[in-house]
Structure formats: C-alpha cells, structure tokens
Design a protein around this ligand. Structure first.
Ligand SMILES: *Cc1c(COP(=O)(O)O)cnc(C)c1O
Length: 227
C-alpha cells in the first residue's frame, strides 16, 4: 500500500465508523500525524488531498512546515505535543491550533504572546484522563479551573484532547472526555489514534490523530507522546 492508498483507506474507515455511530460529531477531521516523516513524505499526502497535519515537536515542525505552508496555503497545522513556555513565540507563529494546552502558566504565556504579536492559535486543552504521572495534560480535577482561566483570558478555546494510557481500554477515556467537553460547552474533541480512531468516532471525536496507519511505523525512540 502506498501512503496515499493508506490515506484513502483511513478516510473510508472514518466515514464507515461515522455511519455506524449512534451520535457521531457533526464532522470528523483526520489529523495526519507527520512527526518523523520528511518533507517529501508529507508532500505525498498533500498531493493526495490531505490538508490537516499534526506534529508533536515545535523544532521539527519549524524545519518542515514553513515551506509546505507556502506551497499549500490552505494547509492547517496542529501542535499535538507538549509546549514549553520558551517556545510559545515560535509555536504561535507556525501552528494554527495547539491541542496541548495543559497548565495555567502556558495559558498566561499564550495570552502574553497574543498581546505582543497579535497571534494566538486556536486551542484545545489536553486532559490526562489516565492520571499518568509521566504524561502531559491537565488532571481531570484541575480541568474546570484551566477552562475558566482560558475563558477569562479570552483565549480561543475550542475543545479537549486526550491520549488514553496505552494499556487501558480507551472507551471509558473517550466517554469521559466527551462528557467533560459537553459539560463545559466545548465543541471539539481530539481523540483516537491509529489503533482506536474508529472507537473514538463512536464517542463523538471531531478530530482523530493518525500517524502510523498512514505513514508506516516510526522508530520507537521517535514517539515522545509523553514529556
Ligand atoms: C504520535 C501521536 C499520534 C499518532 O499515533 P499513531 O499511533 O502513530 O497513529 C497521535 N497523537 C499524539 C499526541 C501523538 O504524539
């Protein structure tokens, strides 16, 4: 299978999962996770029509995406990995969406950057639904306060994101995140990866983040989904 065949297959599976779901989101977007994939590999899926991409490292994204965004002005780039406050300026300049807002200090830094440059990507709060000590994301019990802070700062908060623990059944995590978003009036839900995106669609995902199933297997050391 080529990368563009993989892409077609994933899009068809999202579509089928949406048709089978009792209450799918109004739309489900595929975020093609292109971490570790070089520029040529990314161009392959751009040529196949994909426009939404996710990267988990600011530095790596800065090395690939300015040129790609120049060639494909409708390309949309999401940051799906942890963001350090000292990279907020670069991140705000490159990313259209930051899915990994996870602490009060980062919300403050994003508000300060908007003050300075006028730029602020749309935001998702990452929730550490499994309460894993090594994983990024705000704890469930602290999520309401972070949502309130983001709203007080008038940040463009659009949704929630989670990465369930690798060894858990993902379903309760997706259900939990969906309820949390509903309770707080947030429209977007980023959940589901290569192994479980159809399940996430069933629970109302608006964004699924798929890497391996499109681009193939990465080196293990290149999967820093934790801090
Ligand atoms: C790498 C990554 C993905 C994609 O994972 P696959 O299993 O390759 O589909 C999704 N979300 C985040 C946050 C990631 O870091």
């Amino acid at each position: 299978m080529t990368v563009s065949q993989n892409l077609g297959d994933i899009l068809a599976r999202i579509d089928a999962a949406r048709k089978a779901a009792i209450q799918p989101a109004p739309a489900t977007m595929l975020v093609a996770v292109s971490k570790t994939v070089d520029e040529a590999g990314i161009r392959e899926v751009l040529d196949a029509g994909q426009r939404l991409f996710g990267e988990n490292r600011v530095q790596e994204a800065m090395s690939k995406f300015p040129a790609l965004k120049n060639d494909y002005p409708d390309l949309e780039l999401h940051l799906i990995g942890p963001l350090q406050t000292n990279k907020v300026k670069e991140a705000a300049a490159l990313f259209d969406v930051i899915q990994s807002l996870d602490r009060p200090r980062l919300a403050d830094a994003l508000a300060a950057e908007r003050e300075k440059s006028g730029r602020c990507p749309r935001l998702f709060i990452q929730v550490n639904t499994g309460e894993e000590p090594q994983k990024a994301g705000v704890l469930p019990a602290e999520t309401a306060a972070l949502i309130a802070q983001a709203r007080k700062l008038d940040l463009p908060l659009e949704g929630l994101m989670c990465i369930p623990p690798a060894d858990d059944d993902a379903a309760p995590h997706f259900a939990f995140l969906a309820k949390l978003a509903r309770d707080h009036g947030l429209a977007n839900l980023s959940m589901g990866m290569s192994g479980d995106f159809e399940l996430a669609v069933k629970f109302g995902a608006t964004h699924v983040r798929v890497g391996t199933a499109i681009f193939g297997t990465r080196q293990k050391t290149d999967q820093p989904i934790t801090i």
